[in-house]
Design a protein around this ligand. Sequence first.
Ligand code: NAD
Length: 371
Amino acid sequence: MAKRKITLIPGDGIGPEVSLATQRCVEATGVLVEWEIVNAGSEVMEKKGTPLPEEVLESVRRNKVAIKGPVTTPIGSGFRSVNVALRKELDLYACLRPCKLYPGIRSNFQNVDLIIVRENTEDLYAGIEFEVGTKEAALIVEKIKELNPKARFNPNPAISIKPISKSASQRIVRFAFETAVKNNRLKVTAVHKANIMKSTDGLFLRTAQEVAKEYEGRIAFEDRIVDNMCMQLVQRPQDYDVIVMPNLYGDILSDLCAGLIGGLGVAPGANIGDGTALFEATHGSAPKYKGLNKANPTAMILSGMLMLRYLGEKEAADRLERAVAKVLKEGRSVTYDLKENRNDPTAVGTSQMADAIIAEIKSGEYVPAGR
Ligand code: NAD
């Protein structure tokens, strides 16, 4: 069997630990992988002057499939977010975050099995920002007043621009419907604030309605205003299936949905473009746990499972998911955050939880995955 070449970006903080756990679990499924390890983040910045060296982008472009540990973005510094930059540079326009509640995980909810699809390339995340007190911010304000005499500003505002385009809305909504088709899902819900932002979110909603017509009779469609959606999700998450959103709402709602299924430690993700995909957990680098062998590796291991599915390795992905589900259900060899009492001395470390998952993969005695 030929080896699959996959780019691995270990990240920083807890990234290298959860990445190693994931590498070991993926290898245990029997899929032959040649990992091409490249580094990004603040430590690389000190050596190479950029947190995202060209060789990282080249590696992902060449291999077309990558998996990445979290990378720290210091708040308020000039440091560019490696995570946002990777998605933009590689045009990974769709962020896919399945939120499935596995048996054994403590949650206030039951039967949660949602798929969040977030647009990754535009909205307030486009990075078009003007700092408070700058000439540029003042010029933008003047220009807006000229174009729209009704526009009112408080003195000296900082400005962020929210671009939403028809083409990006079309491709993300189509991606959501195709995800529904591939995963035998029944409904797509588009989330927006079109009642207030009639131009931007209005365009997103109108485009979603148009795309939905292509799937009429096969996949149901509905829309929800984002604030209402937040309430609905914490009251009746079972009512939803695939949810598609512009970038900012998608960022917020994916963490909300991670909360429904047991927290960031178990929430996997993927960033997908046309022909290229980068898999990563929803969580960040949790710097306070760096090097302590304490972080929960599940989110990253399940991201590895999504990667195997993307590669067409269905059987290996199923085996990995079943093994994770069994370890979670038993609740013995799990990290501190999955124990009822976070100070439970029986909690295991990152690498020991990976050992337990690997032992399950190899034992072949499985419980059904998922709900
Ligand atoms: P975080 O996800 O790192 O941490 C939030 C909370 O969840 C913390 O209490 C943390 O200890 C806990 N946590 C996270 N992952 C865990 C795990 N695997 N096991 C156990 N507990 C876990 O979010 P944050 O504190 O907002 O961000 C820290 C840094 O990570 C920031 O620099 C942020 O920009 C970056 N970040 C990176 C990514 C990414 O690389 N894709 C995503 C989000 C945040």
